[in-house]
Design a protein around this ligand. Structure first.
Ligand SMILES: Nc1nc2c(c(=O)[nH]1)N[C@H]1C(S)=C(S)[C@@H](COP(=O)(O)O)O[C@H]1N2
Ligand SMILES: [Mo]
Length: 312
């Protein structure tokens, strides 16, 4: 473990979180978004990778954001190892550019989308979401991205398309963890089409106003805040539109433990532990886990006909 003495902390070490908070407060104080673009340039002097032009989006939470060092230092990204510190330590070998995402399957307009084309498809938004890991911890993360539906509309799904399958990069040269058969690589995940089109579901390209750090799934990932974290696939290289429910990497590995839906649900326990409570990273006492991670008002109607115990 690295211990940093107070004397070692230089005043120039302003974290992206502090910059982000300052920018948001300034935007609020100024009472207008028109100023945001101009401020972005000044902020850029501190942090080179600033994503300019993102604006506050809907569905925000007022809960305290998890500090930058935890959001980027305590991660699950098995392609870089299974310890929480492994992704931050090893994800430097990931090359997020050049990068293309292949859109394939049951769409009228399949194709390879360059990451920069993808970034320009819709206005970027700041979305502060609660995130709940299936292991029982949670964070509040200010993502930057846009609704995945913006891309879906663009590629025009066929009437037969009912599910989406996401696939993560599978390159041993960039991802040392792929040497270990923890999962049947590549990492894949899936969503039902209506879930993928839900306005909460993001195609995320950043956090805290910065380009997505490698350990968080650079350069582009999915974010589905009412489901357990593993549904939010990182560093994706393809999105396939299919007719049948895809089998995710976690379902293959442990079908009794990980279902396709994996909606956050305090009343349906994991095969080996309770899901009633969670520990917000940075807090000591556990808090109660909320149905659909607190997003029930927005998403519950999608599951009105579903037995949540059976379809966990
Ligand atoms: N490709 C890939 N995506 C992944 C994972 C992974 O191991 N590989 N872990 C998942 C899990 S279990 C969680 S909790 C979240 C963590 O995202 P974060 O590190 O950005 O908070 O990523 C998810 N996406
Ligand atoms: Mo997770």
């Amino acid at each position: 473990m690295l211990i940093q003495h107070p004397a070692d902390i230089r005043p120039s070490e302003i974290t992206p979180a502090e910059v982000y908070r300052g920018r948001r407060e300034f935007i609020r104080a100024a009472g207008g978004l028109a100023l945001a673009a101009g401020l972005g340039a000044r902020v850029g002097e501190v942090a080179a990778a600033k994503l300019t032009g993102s604006r506050p989006g809907p569905f925000g939470t007022r809960e305290e954001m998890t500090p930058w060092k935890d959001v980027t230092g305590y991660n699950n990204f098995y392609e870089f190892g299974s310890d929480k510190e492994d992704p931050a330590r090893h994800a430097g070998s990931l090359r997020p550019r050049p990068w293309t995402v292949r859109v394939e399957g049951l769409v009228r307009r399949p194709g390879d989308y360059d990451i920069d084309t993808l970034l320009g498809l819709a206005p970027l938004e700041d979305r502060i979401y609660r995130m709940r890991c299936v292991e029982g911890w949670s964070m509040v993360i200010p993502w930057v991205g846009y609704p995945l539906d913006a891309l879906i509309r663009r590629v025009e799904p066929l009437g037969s398309a009912r599910y989406l399958e996401f696939t993560t990069l599978n390159d041993r040269a960039q991802m040392p963890g792929l040497r270990y058969p923890l999962l049947d690589w590549p990492y894949t995940e899936g969503l039902r089409l209506d879930e993928a089109r839900h306005p909460l579901t993001l195609l995320a390209v950043g956090l805290y106003g910065e380009t997505l750090p490698n350990q968080n799934g650079a350069p582009v990932r999915i974010v589905v805040p009412w489901k357990y974290g593993f549904k939010s696939a990182k560093s994706i290289v393809s999105i396939r539109f299919v007719e049948k429910q895809p089998l995710s990497a976690w379902m293959k590995a442990a079908p009794r433990e990980y279902g396709f839906y994996s909606n956050v649900n305090p009343e349906v326990d994991h095969a080996r532990w309770s899901q009633a409570k969670e520990r917000r990273i940075g807090e000591f006492f556990k808090r109660k886990t909320l149905m659909y991670n607190g997003y029930g008002e927005q998403v519950a109607r999608m599951y009105s006909n579903l037995d949540l115990r059976r379809y966990f």
